[in-house]
Design a protein around this ligand. Structure first.
Ligand code: SF4
Length: 683
């Protein structure tokens, strides 16, 4: 069931990192041992930098915990038997309960080809509307806000290298020094203003750190914009020429005077003034948002408030300035474009748009009316599993929801109530360990496929090493299941990509002019790229935004408190985030020895005053409880965190037992970033 490999021929292969959305370029040398070296021809890390996760990525390929045999109820079984069993059970469940009784859960790390095929498999082979993916937990609030403001969601609508030429960059809720360290090289020139409730490594390097209470970033953004207006710093010519809706926003700001915002956020007025004056004085400036402002029950409005700030300062759609959302997962951008979202068809089309349905149905060779409508969002889907009227079977690809979903104990109960749980994974993740059937699949350097990085640049990851005996690609698994359900699906990545290009043609994320040859020949191609000779679109908003009138839209938004506020029983805020050595649910990185040595276990970070009040010393095991569950971890005492807040990293099973599944009404993203907890020394 496990694999360890060496390679006899000395060769190097150009590829990209298996982890985050920066998709740093690297070369894999496959001699007796697999070696990783950074590339300098990829703009994201042209400095030759990789983070600790990238440097150690080769260990993923030889890791002893690798799965190489399908498992049926925990026992090794032949591929054909496992595929036959799953197809038969899916047919039975569909016959008995209808097509929506089968659900699919994808991931933001899957290649474009896999994300596309998964969406097609759900709608065509299974006929289910019940498909969503873990990217709903990561990027959906910024996506919703960007579509609302700009008519299009492309994380960074400019090359990442543009940032180096800026005078000032405001980073709201993004700890890039830990999540994607090579990105920091692009920020060495500009002054950085960091908005974060913790004094993170990114905040420590910043020129200015604004440290709001968790769940109050929206109020802070409103206060900053109030000051821009009050101090006459609005770029009136830009607002008049390139935007709509500002007067309504200007009126709505009247009640967000700075002293009130200081009372709500804890950020002193003079610091807010410093921030807006620096931004307004800059010739070139950027506003960037990350998960910290998104993962709230009001995440879409919070991002919108920062977009409004950027628009009032005249930044988006200008060469050398702009607004951008920092995507997290490796293919977070591409993963949200090709149809594994509940409400979406390939090319970033809406599933409820008749023209989009007709186009995609034509490519798929089915009748438009046979395509299901929108399904449940990720958490709502997980919460419906096994309930009356909810799905009875779940197929999981590239995700570990038992660790990454909020209220994870509740999710565990829902998974236990299923008639069939199938997981495709590389290792026995926490979710795979509970599955009825596990399919062992190829990963990263063992397979070819495209990824779309945080800039919207489409990249090719070529197969560099032979996969271990016994594993198949997700595309092969899907094609085999589809065949057993009466459908012929391609399983070769290039063939799938060519179909994806046709399906995306005419959509917002138009890939029709992108080919493997073009992507391989240079440092990738930016979408939209609507025809073969088209150069791609690095900066899509320079002339007009993607709205019907070409103007960016201001949208008035108001602050409201978090869904759950501290009270007598649960008197502290909990906020969650990442550490340098680990990635997402940790299914990969918690198996890499140097990363485990660097960060072996979760922790609870507390302010020294809070620790003293609770009688907690460094290393004491601390019990953290919320209304949904409890978790234990050693204490780490640090004044990087506020006195009213504790921080826990989310890479280990446990912390999401605590988090609140309150959803943003527009993006349906859960409120991972703030909930109320009680903290005690565990005696
Ligand atoms: Fe990989 Fe991201 Fe680290 Fe680059 S920053 S090496 S892409 S994990």
């Amino acid at each position: 069931m496990t694999a360890g490999r060496t390679h006899k021929t000395d060769k190097t292969h150009k590829t990209h990192c298996p982890y985050c959305a920066l998709q740093c370029g690297m070369e894999i040398g496959t001699g007796r041992e697999i070696r990783i070296t950074p590339r300098t021809d990829v703009p994201a890390n042209a400095s030759g930098a990789l983070c600790q996760k990238g440097w150690t990525a080769a260990e993923l390929l030889t890791n002893g915990s690798r799965l190489t045999t399908p498992l049926l109820h925990g026992e090794p079984v032949a591929w054909e038997a496992a595929l036959d069993h799953v197809a038969a059970r899916l047919s039975e469940i569909r016959a008995e309960h209808g097509p929506d009784a089968v659900a699919v859960f994808g991931g933001g790390g899957l290649t474009n080809e896999k994300a596309y095929t998964l969406g097609k498999f759900a709608r065509v082979a299974l006929g289910t509307s019940q498909i969503d993916y873990n990217g709903r937990f990561c990027m959906s609030s910024a996506a919703a806000a960007s579509i609302r403001a700009f008519g299009m969601d492309r994380g960074l609508p400019f090359p990442v290298t543009d940032l180096a030429g800026a005078d000032v960059v405001l980073l709201a809720g993004a700890n890039v020094a830990e999540t994607m360290p090579p990105f920091v090289r692009h920020l060495e020139g500009p002054r950085a203003i960091v908005v974060d409730p913790r004094r993170t490594p990114t905040a420590r390097r910043a020129w200015l750190h604004l440290q709001p209470a968790p769940g109050t970033d929206l109020a802070l953004a409103l206060g900053l914009l109030h000051l821009v207006v009050a101090e006459g710093l609005v770029d009136e010519a830009y607002v008049a020429g390139r935007t709509s809706g500002f007067e309504e926003v200007r009126t709505s700001l009247a009640s967000w005077w700075p002293e009130r915002v200081e009372r709500i956020t804890g950020v002193p007025v003079y610091r807010m003034r410093q921030a807006v004056r620096a931004l307004a004085a800059a010739g070139r400036a950027y506003v960037l948002t990350g998960r910290g402002v998104e993962q709230h029950a009001k995440g879409t409005d919070t991002v919108t408030a920062f977009v409004n700030l950027a628009l009032a300062l005249g930044l988006p759609g200008r060469h050398g300035s702009g607004y951008g959302c920092l995507t997290g997962q490796g293919n977070g951008q591409g993963g949200r474009e090709h149809g594994q979202k509940a409400d979406q068809l390939p090319g970033y089309r809406r599933i409820d748009d008749p023209a989009a349905r007709a186009h995609v149905a034509g490519v798929w060779g089915v009748a438009p009316e046979s395509l299901p409508g929108p399904g449940r969002s990720a958490y709502e889907l997980l919460d419906a599993l096994g309930t009356p009227g909810g799905p009875r079977a779940l197929l999981v690809f590239g995700s570990n929801p038992l660790v990454s979903a909020p209220a994870s104990e509740r999710v565990a109960g829902r998974l236990a109530g299923l008639d069939l749980l199938v997981v495709c994974d590389v290792v026995l993740s926490e979710t795979a360990a509970r599955a009825d059937v596990v399919f062992p699949v190829t990963q990263w350097a063992e397979e070819t496929g495209t990824m779309t990085n945080l800039e919207g640049r489409v990249l090719l990851r070529r197969r560099a090493v032979e996969p271990p005996d016994g594993v198949r690609s997700d595309l092969e698994v899907i094609a085999e299941l589809a065949a057993r359900l009466g459908h012929r699906f391609p399983s070769r990545p290039r063939e799938v990509f060519d179909e994806l290009r046709r399906a995306s043609a005419g959509g917002a994320a138009d890939y029709s002019g992108i080919t493997y040859e073009r992507v391989e020949a240079g440092p990738g191609v930016f979408w939209p790229c609507p025809e073969p000779g088209h150069p791609g679109t690095p900066r899509p908003f320079l002339d007009r935004f993607a709205t019907p009138d070409g103007r960016a839209r201001f949208v008035p938004v108001g602050h409201r408190p978090p869904a759950e506020e501290p009270d007598e029983d649960y008197p502290l805020h909990l906020t969650t985030g990442r550490v340098l050595a680990h990635y997402q649910s940790g299914a990969q990185t918690r198996r890499i020895a140097p990363l485990v040595r660097a960060a072996p276990e979760p922790f609870v970070e507390l302010h020294p005053d809070l620790a003293e009040r609770l009688g907690i010393r460094p290393g004491d095991v601390v019990r953290v409880s919320s209304r949904r569950g409890e978790d234990r971890a050693p204490a780490r005492i640090s004044d990087a965190v506020r006195r009213d807040t504790v921080f826990m990293p989310f890479h280990w099973e446990g912390v999401n037992r605590l988090t609140n599944p309150a959803l943003d009404p527009m993006s349906r993203m859960p409120e991972f970033k703030v909930c109320a907890v009680r903290v005690e020394r565990d005696s």
